[in-house]
Write a protein that binds this ligand. Structure first.
Ligand SMILES: *Cc1c(COP(=O)(O)O)cnc(C)c1O
Length: 447
């Protein structure tokens, strides 16, 4: 199975053809999950001592398993945060897979690391971080946030003899912040928010003074909360972090992409003062799963916190090179920033700006359509491309039935969310192929 034979050659053609056909589908089928019992009957016996051969395995995937996976890039997939890779990024993922690149060290992956750093530099420029900033691509926002917070704590503990153990954020911060705190045995302190749902310097300051600022090592501001797309008041939060000497982390996993959209760039004022920042190109920057850009203002602090030391690694860690693995949790890494880099370089950054602006246009249309219909109400004014709204008179069961029906009819995938105990509908629009007509059709289905 390591030899390249005629059979391999034939399978290669079939796999490339499958990938090409999948990429050409317009529209892609939405598809639907199947039960374990259903999949057992079609695939339960697939794993055998003798093997079924590549062609049969591919057919099994194509006919039975792939249709049991939702197409996240379907234009009417508006749940959670979707992912709509560019054709270039999706195709190049195949190349990365075929290339046996180790993305953890410069020694082994210099060319790939160079390219990834070029893509990171573009993001750092959007944020307004200095040239000396840097980081790496990690698997997702969860690992990105955890890695940044570990660096924050290591840095704080190296500077003081107190052992700060707290992180401040709002209730709107992503679940991965609470998860990171659990992993680190840190305490997450929630700063209250007002009507606008934003973290502000003023409220942060009150909490820090009440709780004792020396017990904190980081503040997490969100640039685009997952549920509502709220961007915290980054400038006033930066002021307070500076006043108390606290690490300022900005979680832009979803919303960070908006930095490339001139029409909303002003909402991020103050982001350039962060100590660390993340954005998931697999959300609103059109890269395939899984890809999070993690950046530090001063990467030497991250290197001090994350570099793994062992006799068998000395040859890497004693070199002055840029080793991506030194900036996050984890050692072995796929060069997962390469598909994003390839697409950026192929299409140019203007195409990214245009694609993000297009999703904002459709989000604006959706918000107006919701406001115009008497059976719907916008719950919170839109900041980015997430819209949360109410169907007047519906119970939680009504929302669920409606959502189930859309999936059963294969017209859309829109799951309900909740806020303050109320079940609500929510659109997350990050796919430039989502159209006004898709939105109208879904809203009509709620009449
Ligand atoms: C999605 C998201 C995360 C987590 O990112 P993953 O890539 O799913 O691990 C963190 N923060 C925010 C604001 C998010 O939207």
């Amino acid at each position: 199975m390591h030899e390249y034979t005629e059979v391999t050659e034939q399978l290669g053609r079939q796999i490339l053809q499958y990938a090409q056909e999948r990429l050409a589908l317009d529209p892609v089928p939405l598809d639907r999950p199947r039960t374990v019992a259903e999949l057992d009957t079609v695939a339960g016996e697939a794993l055998t001592a003798g093997g079924i051969g590549g062609e049969a395995a591919l057919q099994l995937f194509e006919n039975e398993l792939a249709p049991a996976c939702l197409s996240i890039d379907h234009p009417s997939y508006l749940s959670f945060i979707p992912c709509a890779p560019t054709r270039e990024a999706a195709m190049f993922d195949l190349v990365v897979g075929a290339s046996s690149i180790y993305g953890g060290s410069w020694l082994e992956g210099a060319g790939a690391v160079y390219a990834e750093n070029q893509a990171l530099r573009w993001i750092a420029g959007l944020v307004g971080l200095p040239k000396s900033s840097g980081g790496s691509f990690v698997q997702g926002g969860t690992i990105g946030n955890l890695s940044a917070l570990v660096t924050a704590r290591e840095t704080a503990r190296a500077r003081t003899t107190t052992r700060p153990y707290r992180v401040a954020a709002t209730v709107g911060s992503h679940s991965s912040i609470a998860s990171a705190c659990r992993v680190m045995d840190a305490e997450l302190v929630q700063v209250p928010v007002g009507e606008d749902l934003r973290l502000t310097g003023e409220r942060l300051r009150e909490v820090l003074i009440d709780e004792g600022p020396e017990s904190f090592f980081a503040v997490v501001a969100t640039a685009g909360t997952t549920n509502f797309g709220v961007v915290d008041d980054l400038a006033s939060v930066a002021d307070v972090c500076e006043e108390f000497g606290l690490w300022f982390h900005v979680d832009g996993a979803y919303g960070g992409a908006g930095l490339a959209a001139p029409s909303i760039r002003g909402r991020y004022a103050g982001v350039e003062r962060c100590d660390s920042f993340i954005v998931d190109p697999h959300k609103w920057l059109f890269a395939p799963f899984d890809c999070c850009a993690l950046l530090y203002r001063d990467p030497t602090l991250a290197r001090a916190a994350h570099t793994q030391h062992a006799s068998y690694l000395d040859v890497l860690t004693e070199a002055p090179d840029w080793n991506p693995t030194d900036y996050s949790i984890g050692l072995t890494r796929r060069a997962r920033g390469l598909p994003f880099w390839f697409s950026l370089v192929s299409n140019g950054t203007d195409a990214y700006t245009a694609a993000i602006e297009r999703t904002l246009e459709v989000a604006d249309f959706a918000e107006q359509e919701i406001a115009r219909r008497d059976y719907l109400q916008v719950v919170h004014e839109r900041t980015l491309s997430v819209i949360v709204f109410r169907r007047v008179g519906w119970s939680p069961a009504d929302y669920q039935r409606w959502s189930d029906r859309l999936l059963a009819e294969q017209t859309a995938f829109v799951v309900p969310t909740s806020h303050d105990g109320e079940t609500l509908a929510r659109f997350a629009i990050v796919n430039p192929r989502t159209t006004e007509a898709d939105i109208t059709r879904i809203l009509d289905s709620m009449a």
